[in-house]
Unconditional design. Structure first.
Length: 36
């Protein structure tokens, strides 16, 4: 893997951010379900 892990994490975070902006409360429910 030639990609920088920090850059990959940032892109994932951006993707999650856009998903959260679209779904709103549903995202929070999903996040809670996966973290617990």
């Amino acid at each position: 893997m030639s990609k920088n892990p920090v850059n990959m994490a940032a892109s994932v975070r951006d993707r999650l951010k856009s998903i959260r902006n679209r779904t709103g409360q549903e995202y929070n429910t999903l996040l809670t379900r996966y973290t617990i």
